[in-house]
Design a protein around this ligand. Structure first.
Ligand code: ZN
Length: 317
């Protein structure tokens, strides 16, 4: 396929893929080193799905502040996860939960914080949230049902009964921008979404399936068209709770066959750039949120000069 203006396959700059930290994984198995680094760490507090902030920025705590919060009884003891080094400065996450997190207005979700974070903060936050989500759901050994405990700085859980080790999961999901030969894009609407929300097509990779096979299957299932000329555009972690989004662009030669599956997708529409701007102006199209891959794919197609036209979607889920 030609690399002309209408078929850019340039890599996307994805908001949650930003990072600026050395994960220093070789240090994780050294428990004495972990304890030493914890004592001088800058510590993110991730609690019951939210991050501690101060004046709308992530707040980093010292170990004495963490001890104080545990002693206050407002938060449980929680786990500590080693996130890495910035130069010589160690970073950890502390995951003491609270049953009353809603009463603390300075705790915000990653969806709320996303675009405001620096590269360093973003890399720390997505790592912390993905790890915390995984630990939360893997308290029991999948092999024997025994109790598991966090080990190696939070990068592993070990079974106390059979001593097997278990590693964090990522669930790969493809997301694809479908275009036709007129350079229009196809968006779909899920039944469960807010009114007028349309987005690109996406789905989890099934066992034994390649990314490309998944793209073809999902697009066929949800929109009834055949995808070809599949190009990789980038990836970003999506820890809601454990996805890794792998982004593609593809062409269909049978745009007139597009139809919603009627189950997951209730409506689909082809958009030209003019049509999209008009639909947004008339409040008939609400785009996905700015931290999403879908939004960045739509903006990249629409063109960098006019993306301010594409408002909407900041508060979605
Ligand atoms: Zn076990």
């Amino acid at each position: 396929m030609s690399e002309d203006k209408n078929f850019s396959t340039a890599r996307l700059q994805l908001p949650l893929a930003r990072s600026a930290i050395d994960r220093a994984g070789h240090l994780r198995t050294d428990s004495a080193k972990m304890a030493e680094l914890w004592s001088v760490a800058r510590i993110l507090h991730f609690s019951s799905g939210k991050f501690r902030t101060h004046e709308s920025a992530l707040e980093f705590l010292g170990t004495e502040q963490v001890d104080g919060l545990v002693a206050s009884g407002a938060f449980d003891f929680g786990d500590r996860f080693f996130l890495g080094l910035d130069g010589s400065q160690p970073y950890f996450a502390w995951c003491g939960d609270s049953p009353d997190i809603e009463q603390f207005p300075n705790y915000l979700t990653l969806r709320e914080l996303g675009a405001m974070l620096s590269d360093l903060e973003n890399g720390l936050a997505v790592h912390a949230q993905a790890l915390a989500n995984w630990h939360h759901k893997h308290q029991r050994c999948p092999q024997c049902g025994g109790q598991t405990v966090s080990a190696s700085g939070g990068s592993v859980r070990k079974c106390l009964v059979d001593e097997t080790e278990h590693y964090p999961r990522n669930d790969p999901a493809i997301i694809v921008l479908i275009k036709d030969d007129q350079d229009r894009i196809l968006l779909g609407r899920q039944k469960v979404w807010p009114e007028n929300r349309f987005s690109t097509f996406a789905g989890f990779v099934e066992p034994g399936e390649s990314f490309e096979q998944c793209v073809i299957r999902e697009v066929q299932e949800e929109a009834g068209v055949l995808a070809s000329d599949i190009h990789y555009l980038g990836s970003q972690p999506w820890p809601f709770p454990a996805s890794l989004m792998i982004a593609f662009q593809a062409i269909t030669d049978n745009p007139e066959d597009a139809r919603p599956d009627g189950e997951e997708i209730e409506e689909i529409r082809w958009y030209s750039r003019d049509g999209m701007r008009e639909a947004i102006d008339q409040n008939q199209l609400l785009l996905p949120p700015t931290i999403s891959v879908a939004r960045k794919m739509i903006e990249a197609w629409y063109g960098p000069d006019h993306i301010r036209d594409l408002k909407g979607g900041q508060a979605w889920r």
